[in-house]
Design a protein. Structure first.
Length: 94
């Protein structure tokens, strides 16, 4: 289970920090706010969670496959390094 997500200078986000509790989470906002990008980021992280080859190369390749940009630099905001931090909590029998 993802308990915390922090995104800086990546796709639609200058800076975003979210803490997730138990149960269902909802993302609400106007068009272009980044809801779909947020779901794609969460999907990418979850899909690689149990992958033996989970490293920056695997993450980059997965992001490229999901976001389908011309190149990886399309993810980044102008001239700033991107940062994504994730806190995970392992649930027994999941």
């Amino acid at each position: 289970m993802i308990t915390r997500l922090k995104i800086e200078n990546f796709t639609a986000f200058d800076s975003l920090e979210l803490e997730f509790g138990e149960g269902i989470q909802a993302f609400v906002g106007p068009n272009g706010a980044g809801k779909t990008h947020l779901l794609k980021i969460l999907y990418t992280i979850c899909s690689l969670y149990n992958d033996v080859e989970f490293n920056s190369w695997a993450l980059t390749n997965k992001f490229q496959g999901i976001f389908n940009p011309n190149n990886i630099s399309s993810f980044l905001r102008v001239s700033k390094p991107a940062n994504i931090e994730v806190n995970l909590f392992k649930i027994d029998n999941f």
